[in-house]
Design a protein around this ligand. Structure first.
Ligand SMILES: [Fe+2]
Ligand SMILES: [Fe+2]
Length: 366
């Protein structure tokens, strides 16, 4: 997959400050600056942007791999793990094809990571390797590989405001607008999105398919987390596309970014199918979660209605223009900082080393 040499790791650590510096610059590229670089080297700024995206893709691959081992399809395309049958079944309450979609999303992230690094290498630029940070524990549930991880899916605090953000016709985060969470209880406390041990997937014979309310709550949490992750990629690529100077790097960023949008659209649709649950207790932590009926009062309407999965038109660039259906946010300023902060606030890096956070801090300078 990715070259695991120590020099590559050092290279990323050394160049992460450069990445931050390049992202600070942040000026949208003028047409006059755009040059084709299909041959020869790419600019330091373009390489730094691609390295930041490679790091993001490595992080995405790590978390999607954990989902696939337990709830996806384990095969030669996405090897590792052997599945958790009740967790997989609980996910399939959102859509019968959830395991296929999880598999495909995982494979896509892996190809993004490998491609960007290969492209950087082809241009003589430093590549990215985060293997030294694969220190976090795996789930102990049957089905998960026992290997070190970059990310932690067992203590998430999930922001679900993307749900209402994409339904608002009058607000845009690029104007400083804020949005309520669709699932407020996921934004409070820490929730696991995968079974931590087999205790989390104990059959409940009183429930349909033997799926306990808590197992279903874990799967629902995952369903909303999938979309949270992919809406982040959906915004990150257009934010950074505005800063690249090479037409070929722009092509890479637009082409990969488009698949992030495809992922988000899919997960947005599936999250709306999450079975309704009220005040489900995590027996280990006592944290509770509720998945309300988003189609019924006091919810429902345009802000919550589950079949409004395409972006509602909203203000764009200026409130004086007509509303437009767009990805949002896309403002380029603070793109790297925003992405790093959002992932950290999500709880994905709980347990990571100080050095990993220093690396993220470098990125946050953007
Ligand atoms: Fe990706
Ligand atoms: Fe993604």
């Amino acid at each position: 997959m990715v070259d695991n040499s120590g020099s590559d790791r050092r290279a990323f650590l050394m160049t992460s400050a450069l990445a931050g510096a390049a992202l600070v610059a942040g000026a949208p590229s003028a047409v006059a600056q755009i040059t084709s670089s299909s041959k020869g080297r790419i600019s330091r700024g373009d390489a730094a942007i691609l390295r930041f995206l490679a790091a993001a893709e490595i992080i995405e691959t790590d978390l999607w791999q954990q989902y696939n081992e337990l709830g996806g399809i384990q095969d030669s395309e996405v090897p590792g793990g052997s599945g958790s049958p009740l967790y997989t079944l609980a996910l399939q309450q959102l859509d019968g094809d959830m395991n296929q979609y999880i598999h495909d999303n995982t494979e896509d992230e892996l190809t993004h990571e490998v491609f960007i690094n290969a492209y950087l290498a082809s241009k003589g630029a430093d590549t990215v390797n985060l293997d030294k940070f694969r220190t976090l524990p795996s789930s102990k549930a049957t089905g998960a590989q026992q290997i070190g991880r970059l990310t932690n899916l067992m203590r998430l605090t999930v922001d679900t405001s993307w749900w209402t953000r994409y339904r608002s016709r009058t607000k845009n985060p690029d104007f400083g607008d804020s949005f309520p969470d669709a699932i407020p209880s996921l934004a409070v406390g820490q929730h696991t999105a995968i079974p931590r041990t087999d205790d989390d997937v104990k059959p409940d014979p009183t429930k349909p398919n033997n799926i306990s309310d808590f197992t279903q709550a874990i799967a629902n949490t995952a369903g909303f987390h999938f979309a949270f992750i992919e809406q982040g990629g959906t915004s990150l690529y257009p934010k950074l596309a505005q800063r690249v100077t090479s037409v070929e790097v722009l092509r890479i960023v637009l082409s990969i970014g488009g698949t992030e949008i495809a992922h988000f659209q899919t997960w947005h649709d599936k999250a709306g199918n999450a079975p309704h649950l009220t005040n489900v207790n995590d027996p280990k932590t006592g944290v509770k979660v509720t998945f309300p009926d988003l189609n019924s009062p006091p919810l429902g309407g345009e802000n919550f209605q589950t079949n409004l999965i395409m972006p509602e038109p909203c203000p764009f660039l200026s409130r004086n223009f007509p509303a437009c259906s767009i990805i949002r946010p896309t403002q380029t300023m603070g793109a790297a900082m925003g992405a790093a902060q959002a992932l950290a606030a999500d709880g994905l890096f709980i347990g990571q080393t100080k050095e990993f956070f220093e690396l993220l801090t470098d990125c946050r300078r953007g």
